[in-house]
Design a protein around this ligand. Structure first.
Ligand SMILES: Cc1ncc(COP(=O)(O)O)c(C=O)c1O
Length: 429
């Protein structure tokens, strides 16, 4: 490891709680960002295909976003929700307009975990019930409550249940947990939800990501959400859609629910909303919002600076049509990844939507976890930061800023082809 990186690792080891880990055996120290590029302390450029986990959708240090935020810092930085300020309420209006549906009321917080906590609280207040349904392989946060609703072993640090929580099978047809085939299963994973609701009455909501991010870029089959919403509504159970990763253009529409044929009862959004400034929200209908009347507050949630940045983010999305760009570039990238799948037998599946794409590596039915790390390392050495995800950490992820160019994608694909070939040669030896 280079001395500068070793210094940072030593400081981390000395002062940080050991759970905080990092990618790479030879990690770079990132010192600068400019749109789709990051730079390390040796001046080496990396094209970012991870976007800080789908946060930097508008690119790093984008002047159209940071300049208004810097101006806001100079003018008024923070007051808290008990004082009236313009940026926060303007953002409320703007986000409701951008959502463009029946979700007309919202509450700003700082992180995705906090937004999901708020959503769960609201569902319990509204329904007067306590239990929550969540999906195997889902991830909803790092707080105790949201970790409880997380269906991935490695991210459930506290295995004890603070929530009355019920997990249902994940809707992943290619690797069905129920060992069924999509042609004949009649969505048995949804029957599991229905069966549960027939025996269990104390359930307030089901929380689900429209595409599982940490679970491995799992895209439910068409019509899954239409049927799910009907089942939940029949039992007066709310649908909380966790759009923390999928929001703000990532999957090729402003929010993923726009392509699902449903509207959720509560939606959570975070990450890309602030493009690096901490801001998140839970959003709901006028009717559900009515129940939440006991005083609520957030010290820094929706503060003037983050709200100004988020306003600039939504403006930027609209001005540059980022959702449409994600759809077009994503289509191209996906087609090229599928070509690689045909070339390399250990590429088991390519999946996702827009610029939220995953490539699963498997051999003889086993996840190639170590090889996935190797690919990440080779890609980094060649100047590309890609991600990894999944229950077995064997899915390469491609989540670039949505302003990525076709030339950037082509260059990344060349490096990826090299990395996959390296792996192939190793497995032949
Ligand atoms: C789908 C989803 N929900 C919630 C969270 C938690 O968000 P945060 O880390 O901002 O608390 C994450 C984080 O990765 C996420 O991917």
């Amino acid at each position: 490891m280079k001395p500068a990186a070793q210094h940072v690792v030593d400081l981390k080891n000395q002062y940080f709680i050991p759970c905080l880990y990092h990618f790479y055996q030879e990690p770079p120290v990132i010192v600068k960002g400019a749109m789709q590029y990051l730079y390390d302390n040796d001046g080496k450029q990396y094209t970012d295909f991870y976007a800080g986990v789908t946060v930097m959708n508008c690119g790093h240090c984008n002047p159209e976003i940071i300049e208004p935020a810097i101006e806001q810092i100079r003018t008024l930085q923070h007051t808290t929700t008990i004082y009236l300020t313009n940026p926060t309420v303007e953002l409320g209006r703007k986000l409701v307009e951008y959502l463009d549906c029946e979700l007309k009321k919202l509450f700003f917080v700082n992180s995705g975990s906090e937004a999901n906590e708020g959503a769960i609280l609201l569902s319990r207040l509204y329904t007067g019930k306590r239990g929550i349904i969540a999906v195997n392989g889902g991830l909803h946060g790092r707080t105790d409550l949201t970790m409880n609703a997380t269906g991935i072993e490695m991210w459930r640090t506290d295995p004890d249940e603070t929530l009355p929580i019920h997990f249902v099978p994940k809707p992943h047809c290619a690797q069905c947990e129920l060992n069924l085939s999509p042609d004949s299963c009649n969505m048995a994973c949804l029957n599991a939800v229905e069966n549960l609701l027939q025996c269990e009455t104390d359930i307030a909501a089901m929380i689900i990501e429209p595409i599982q991010g940490n679970g491995g870029i799992i895209v439910p089959p068409d019509d899954y959400f239409i049927r799910l919403k009907t089942i939940l509504a029949q039992h007066n159970v709310l649908l909380i859609l966790d759009e923390v990763q999928t929001g703000l253009g990532r999957t090729g529409t402003t929010y993923r629910f726009k392509s699902l044929g449903i509207e959720p009862d509560i939606l959570t959004t975070a990450k890309a909303l602030g493009n690096g400034f901490p801001i998140a929200a839970f959003c709901t209908t006028n009717k559900i919002a009515e129940i939440y009347r006991k005083p609520g507050a957030s010290t820094t949630g929706g503060n003037a600076v983050s709200a100004t940045a988020a306003l600039a983010v939504i403006d930027y999305h609209e001005k540059h049509q980022l959702a449409a760009q994600a759809a077009a570039r994503g289509k191209y990238l996906r087609a090229k990844l599928v070509e690689l799948q045909h070339e390399f037998s250990f590429v088991a599946e390519v999946r996702g939507a827009g610029l939220m794409l995953g490539m699963e590596l498997m051999a003889d039915g086993q996840p190639l976890t170590t090889a996935t790390d190797q690919i990440l390392e080779i890609m980094k050495d060649r100047g590309f930061l890609i991600g990894k995800t999944g229950v077995n950490r064997n899915i390469l992820t491609f989540l670039p800023p949505l302003i990525i160019t076709q030339a950037d994608i082509d260059a990344m694909l060349e490096a990826l082809s090299f990395a996959l070939n390296t792996l192939k040669k190793q497995s032949n030896n």
